[in-house]
Design a protein around this ligand. Structure first.
Ligand code: AOS
Ligand code: ZN
Ligand code: ZN
Length: 385
């Protein structure tokens, strides 16, 4: 149990700045009370999530949604609040120029503009001390014949190589894949295989990020996780839940068993060891639920799945597996999943001087009432802004 607690203490879950702003679907963005008016206030809200969970010490930024004049000052502000700057997320999808793609666009001028933005994101990493750049491309085509699929791969590779060469000591980038949307016929980085092949060619500073919402229904995500981790190419996660597509709902809400299976492969592959460099990030939007509690709940869901994964009796599992005991092995696995780990996590928090239940502790703190009164005219997270 001491080992399990130590592993749980060492796990860090990163929250995204965009989770704290207003968000919605293309049908409606619902404005909530007290949402941040600028990146400084987003960091203040993220610091609340860390204060009550104790395991969310970094915040991912999104450029330009979190554009400020002085990034070193923003990082200083974060430190004062007890958090740090995590991954820098680039944005080459929200500009008219990118209608036919960003780094894969047939127009060299647009490709240059997109790559320059990615390079600017590395400058921001330098200024904030962030060690991770997260790349997601909305690039793709809607119609067969619209553009040359192979040429687009060449253009992608060229841009990635330029960004890779710009990375400094201790910096890396994570390449994200997504099955579809906004391109519907052929996405340029549609799956882990494409992302993996580009990353392998580039070298050790390029790794794959698995967004749990970016797969076809029924995909065995834990297999992808096991494979990438085995190859040293699992850079991290964008955690969320999906029912149908890229829903960005709270992680562990739609399918807690899948999250457990994923976390088991992480544990099995040594991915909880901080040395492994697996970033546990949330990529979510809270369209109809309150945002700070939504993040707290999500962090707790990842932590619960991790605790259950750590509880799997690996010796008993290995014994059953080597004996070909199908039902015995499955029972060992399910025993861990069916364990209620909430008392263990409450104990862990109390040992760290935290309240046993972060949700009620936050609700009682009065923070929401304070921001609701103080902040008027909070910003949209970025989508459609
Ligand atoms: C988009 O679908 C991806 O999940 C990206 O990670 C995206 O950058 C993120 O949702 C915030 O921009
Ligand atoms: Zn994502
Ligand atoms: Zn997504």
């Amino acid at each position: 149990m001491t080992d399990i607690k130590a592993a749980l203490r060492a796990q860090h879950i990163e929250t995204p700045s965009w989770a704290y702003g207003n968000s919605g679907t293309r049908f409606k963005v619902f404005a909530q009370k007290g949402v941040p008016r600028d990146p400084y206030e987003k960091l203040a809200d993220a610091a609340q999530v860390h204060a009550y969970t104790g395991i969310a010490p970094t915040v991912a930024l999104h450029i330009p949604w979190d554009k400020v004049d002085d990034y070193a000052d923003l990082a200083r502000h974060a430190r004062e609040l007890g958090v740090g700057i995590g991954a820098i997320n680039s944005n080459v999808f929200q500009d008219d120029d990118y209608m036919l793609g960003s780094v894969t666009n047939p127009d060299a001028r647009v490709r240059r503009k997109a790559t320059d933005h990615l390079l600017e994101c590395v400058d921001i990493m330098d200024a904030t001390g962030s060690d991770t750049l997260k790349l997601w491309f909305s690039d793709g085509i809607n119609y067969p014949g619209q553009d040359d699929i192979r040429a687009r791969q060449d253009r992608l590779a060229e841009s990635l190589a330029e960004v890779y060469d710009r990375l400094g000591e201790g910096q890396r980038f994570l390449l994200e894949y997504k099955l579809f949307e906004p391109a519907f016929y052929a996405t340029d980085v549609p799956d882990w295989g494409t992302a993996y092949a580009h990353c392998v060619k580039l070298g050790p500073k390029a790794q794959v990020v698995v967004d749990t919402g970016h797969h076809a229904p029924g995909t065995n995500i834990e297999f992808i996780v096991a494979f990438l981790l085995r190859e040293g190419k699992l850079g991290g996660f964008d955690f969320n839940s999906r029912f149908y597509a890229d829903d960005d709902l709270m992680v562990g809400a739609a399918d807690p068993f899948q999250l457990f299976r994923i976390m088991f492969e992480v544990v099995r592959g040594g991915g909880l060891d901080p040395e492994a460099g697996v970033a546990f990030m949330l990529d979510q939007c809270h369209n109809i639920e309150p945002k700070i509690p939504g993040q707290i709940r999500s962090v707790m869901n990842v932590q619960e799945a991790t605790a259950k994964a750590l509880l799997v009796d690996r010796e008993a599992l290995a014994a059953a597996q080597s004996e070909g005991d199908v039902l015995g092995a499955n029972a060992v696995f399910m025993d861990a999943y069916n364990t209620d780990v909430r008392p263990l996590l409450a104990e862990l928090r109390e040992e760290s001087g935290l309240a046993p239940d972060p949700m009620t502790a936050y609700a009682k703190s009065g923070y929401f009432e304070k921001i609701a009164a103080e902040r008027v005219g909070g910003n949209q997270a970025g989508w459609g802004a």
